[in-house]
Write a protein that binds this ligand. Sequence first.
Ligand code: SF4
Ligand code: SF4
Length: 305
Amino acid sequence: MDFIRKWVQALFFILTNGYWNFPVTKGIYKGPLKIVCSPGLNCYSCPAATTYCPLGALQQLLAGIRMSIENGQFFFGLYVVGTMGVIGGFVGRMVCGWACPFGLFQELLHKIPSPKFGIWPPLRYIKYGLLLFMVILLPLFALDEFGFGSTSFCKYLCPAGTLEAGLPMLFLQPELRSNIGPLFFNKLFFLFLFIIWAVLASRPFCRTACPLGAFYALFSRIKLVKLRLDPAKCTDCKACHNVCPMGVRFNESPDDMECISCLACSKACKFNAITLEIGGLSITTQPRPSDFQLKKITQGTDITN
Ligand code: SF4
Ligand code: SF4
């Protein structure tokens, strides 16, 4: 299953970053696909991006909401929020595990050999604060002289924006380098912080600082595609704890807001206590073991050979 997930991640990466003419044009793609919302974090200003980033669009929407309402042009806003809501309602944070280029980037970094560390669980709540303050309140209320709010997360923090847009555009358009100031170095600091952290710990940006992950996490209990625990089959062996890239203890918290539906726990559970459900219909990812096999598993005998 992880093999399929990797292919899906690669496919989304290519689909949302398919404009390979940028070394010639030295600018960003502005064609018809740019009205499509990328499910994951993928900067609008990345020279290869074919779609727009939902988080950037949400901030733009809230920052200019006064003007949109005055001009009666709030349809784009409804489209952005509606798209994010539909994606969240269907799959929630499955986007993080299957369709986000920055999630894939962190997974690849984590494969670099090094000592590996966990992440202190309370740090997960930072991303909800960032969603509230930097994505909602500051764009709504920190107004400039034209009445336009501050798109704070993109401006001050987003490491995906620095990696996918800031650095490539400086390379493509050398004249931009004269504009480099403290703001850019501030963002560069966050990018390197998360790169180093991702080598040492699994998905640190997703787990601590991604407001898009925080938004999708709000749908954890009501989303259509989700994992289900069968408590009758669970032996509390804790195998699912050891493989989770998000630090979830699935059998203790089956609706955990951190779960990105990567299915690693389902594969690790030899008792088939974890199944994938779509709209309440169970899709068992592995055949149920026979009573003989269950007995052998419980005794610690490897029955896969
Ligand atoms: S791996 Fe399966 S049986 Fe073991 S604790 Fe997790 S859900 Fe329960
Ligand atoms: S709980 Fe399971 S599906 Fe969810 S992130 Fe952890 S390993 Fe993946």
